[in-house]
Design a protein around this ligand. Structure first.
Ligand code: ADP
Length: 646
């Protein structure tokens, strides 16, 4: 058995690998960039090596630095995790050439599956069903258009070297083919350095079904059943589950057997995933499931398979890499119960899924809900930073139950209990998905999120009960701990009766809710705080301590402050133009004293490789400009102050 292991990755997957390695008595070595100097994976590993600046291409993607770190620390093996160098055959070869153990498949297996066209050719030869399409070397636009017509519209143009959902174009009409081809080739050339494309039939009602396979160096290959990852946003998975809803035993047998054939065809060793696409217009049928691609590494969603099979896939990887035979035979593997995983991202679904970076002042991830345990895979803790250099995933929450509905209910409850502030998350978005009838019934295709985007991404609104409670907190805040936060579940508290308003005792509290002014009518007769506080009848609670109260309801944070009224009648926040995220100022269009009209561009910020223009919310005069071209700014900084001019 390997005695020491370097993990060439970061975040939750590095922590995940460290956990199993430690349990197996293996010494662990982490690597880290500048941004990750204090990261959780660094704190958890036995040893850690600094490998360079924050951008991944200068640290986590530099193979030589990682191999040098392994040499320097005497690590015997390298686990690549997922992403970064995990599917880089040249790196795998370099690790082996350096005399180290590569925890992954042979470089040739990675190469064989690396290009989509070559992989499909091989699968056809191995008797694995592949999506109908054109894989030819003739890449002339005329030939490709001719082949697209043969395949039949709609078609999908795919970059053969594509990945991560990039380099794909759906085309519905022959008239649009030429333009789509050009733009796909352009993106393929710039993103993957290879403009070659293939044409596939575009599958309507598509479901993403994948099979976990495992091979050892003794020639054994087994499968660990399927996962359903149909719930995607822009081809990126959001919720994954195992097994797949509606999968009958014969269909399962057929696709799992095809997956094992696929793995055998490339002499596969270690953990791998065969991804299939299913036409689910008439349910799952063996003759309507086709090979899409193979991922030659551990997947993000591997925990759902672990939960239903009881297998630790990282342990298997380390055993196989050490030359051991697979711990279980195919007939010793079975499905037990149902598991679901949600990817909790630092992003704002109500704002185009804009990534949200910054310090996690508050982070509470529930490890229990309704008396059941929740598996939390994360690489961060409260007070850590979500940086803009890497994937904005905060955690994966995994639940299991005897059946799908119990696992799903637990997942929704778990996401409701996520408390994160001020970094924004998609927790409430996941709760809404879980509460959707079609999803609950297992009737979703990869188009589900797009089709329901309006409802799923609408800005969360606090319930009136929550506002009542918040208003009450402001009275209590005279003695309450100002740093605490409160939590309400919309799902489990549904039966709670609200406050009844009594007209005689009705007072109005003016609050700022997430920065926006609201008025809450509050019945003081129902408030029994035991104080001698006497409101002036019909007045507003202006004398109350100005403190902040934070609630999380339905997975969404609501921050309440007492509104300080300003003379003009407008809220103080209105004329303050804040930076929406950390970034760099790339244009300043106004100076103090300028008069501007509503909608006029004031400042442009570049963040997360995108430009964001901030505009005037109303006509007025610039009172103050606090931005310089080239300057870095944090989130929430006042960049411009605008006066109404009144
Ligand atoms: P990548 O390598 O970029 O992840 P894939 O080939 O795995 O690309 O496809 C990503 C996603 O695109 C799939 O999960 C599926 O949702 C969708 N997709 C791929 N091929 C097709 C197809 N032929 N028809 C419809 N949707 C497809």
């Amino acid at each position: 058995m390997i005695q020491s292991l370097l993990i060439a990755n970061r975040g939750e997957i590095a922590c995940r690998i460290i956990r199993t390695a430690r349990a197996m008595g293996i010494r662990t070595v982490a690597v880290y960039s500048d941004a990750d100097a204090h990261a959780l994976h660094v704190r958890q590993a036995d040893e850690a090596v600094h490998i360079g600046p924050s951008p991944a291409r200068e640290s986590y993607l530099v193979g030589e630095k990682i191999i040098a770190a392994a040499k320097a620390t005497g690590a015997a093996a390298i686990h690549p995790g997922y992403g970064f160098l995990s599917e880089n055959a040249d790196f795998a070869q370099a690790v082996i050439d350096a005399g180290l153990v590569w925890v992954g498949p042979k470089p040739d297996s990675i190469r064989a599956m690396g290009l989509k066209d070559a992989a499909k050719e091989r699968m056809i030869a191995a008797g694995v069903p592949v999506t109908p399409g054109y894989l030819g070397a003739d890449q002339s636009p005329d030939r490709l258009a001719e082949e697209a017509a043969k395949v039949g519209y709609p078609v999908l143009i795919k970059a053969v070297a594509g990945g991560g959902g990039k380099g794909m174009r759906r085309v519905d009409n022959p008239a649009d083919f030429a333009d789509a081809l050009l733009s796909c080739q352009r993106e393929a050339a710039s993103s993957f350095g290879n403009a070659q494309v293939l044409i596939e039939k575009y599958i309507l009602s598509p479901r993403h079904i994948e099979v976990q396979v495992f091979g050892d160096t003794h020639g054994t290959v087994v499968h660990l059943f399927e996962r359903d990852c149909s719930l995607q946003r822009r081809h990126q998975k959001v919720i994954e589950e195992a097994p797949a809803p509606g999968m009958d035993p014969e269909t399962r047998e057929a696709i799992c057997a095809a997956a094992v054939r696929a793995a055998r065809a490339v002499d596969y060793v270690g953990a791998g995933t065969i991804e299939f696409i299913a036409d689910a217009s008439e349910g799952l049928r063996a003759d309507r499931i086709w090979f899409m691609e193979m991922n030659t590494r551990l997947q993000v969603e591997h925990p759902v398979t672990e939960e239903i099979t009881g297998v630790d896939l990282v342990e298997w990887q380390l055993r196989v890499a050490s030359g051991e035979a697979l711990p279980k035979r195919q007939d010793e593997l079975s499905i037990n119960g149902w598991a679901m995983e949600a990817r909790l991202y630092a992003e704002d679904p109500a704002n185009g899924f804009l990534p949200s970076v910054g310090r996690l002042d508050l982070l509470n991830l529930p490890d229990h809900v309704s008396g059941c345990s929740v598996r939390v895979e994360t690489g961060v803790q409260e007070k850590d930073e979500i940086s803009s250099f890497y994937d904005p995933m905060i955690a994966k929450l995994i639940t299991r139950g005897p059946d799908r509905i119990s696992a799903l209910e637990l997942l929704a409850d778990a996401c409701e209990w996520v408390s994160c502030y001020p970094v924004k998350t998609n927790a409430w978005f996941i709760v809404r998905i879980c509460d959707d009838e079609d999803f609950a019934a297992g009737r979703v295709t990869t188009a589900f999120i797009d089709q329901n985007a309006r409802v799923l991404t609408a800005t969360p609104v606090a319930s009136s009960l929550l506002r009542q409670e918040a208003a009450q907190q402001f009275i209590q805040s005279r003695w309450a701990n100002p740093t605490e936060y409160h939590h309400r579940s919309l799902r489990t508290d549904r039966g709670l009766s609200g406050f009844r308003l009594n007209a005689d005792h009705n007072f109005r509290v003016n609050l700022l809710e997430n920065g926006k002014p609201i008025s809450v009518d509050f019945d003081i007769a129902l408030y029994d705080g035991g104080t001698n506080w006497e409101p002036s009848k019909g007045g507003s609670f202006d004398e109350i301590d100005a403190r902040e109260v934070l609630y999380v309801e339905g997975g969404a944070p609501f921050d309440y402050r007492l509104e300080r009224r300003v003379a003009t009648g407008a809220s103080a926040a209105d004329g303050a133009i804040l930076s929406p995220m950390p970034g760099r100022i790339i244009a300043v269009e106004v100076a103090a004293g300028d008069t501007v009209t509503k909608g006029q561009k004031l400042v442009t910020l570049e963040a997360m490789k995108m430009e964001h223009s901030l505009t005037a919310p109303f006509d007025g005069t610039i009172a103050e400009v606090n931005a310089e071209i080239g300057g870095q700014v944090q989130e929430g900084v006042v960049l411009v102050r605008l006066d109404t001019g009144a």
